[in-house]
Design a protein around this ligand. Structure first.
Ligand code: HEM
Length: 84
């Protein structure tokens, strides 16, 4: 169960990273150019980009904490084993 959750969260993180990585340079360029029309176009895409970055932040935080969860669980299991 947990292993498949890890696998899916990593897959989601990887696949959402692709459109996010493509849209970030466009957003930065449009904002730097400052053209009204480009900014109007960007406003529509920005609606999609913010949830993608939020999803990356959530799944990324999980991936970051994963080794610590594993260590903590392993340590707890070993302690339980020792007390027997
Ligand atoms: C707050 C935001 C983010 C956090 C906390 C985060 C964190 C992480 C962590 C901890 C990993 C796993 C590294 C490992 O196991 O060695 C990872 C993998 C990855 N991250 Fe992020 N990340 C974030 C945003 C992004 C963004 C914005 C992108 C690209 C646009 C991105 C692309 C990737 C890719 C491609 C991987 C490799 C996935 C795989 O193992 O197949 N991440 N990230």
């Amino acid at each position: 169960m947990t292993k498949s959750l890890n696998k899916w969260l990593r897959k989601i993180h990887r696949w959402i990273a692709v459109p996010t990585a493509i849209t970030i340079p466009f957003g930065v360029t449009f904002k730097l150019v400052g053209d009204e029309q480009l900014l109007a176009v960007w406003k529509r895409w920005d609606v999609a980009q913010s949830p993608m970055i939020l999803t990356l932040a959530i799944t990324g935080s999980y991936l970051y904490l994963l080794p610590y969860f594993v260590k903590w669980r392993r340590k707890n299991n070993t302690t339980k084993g020792e007390s027997k």
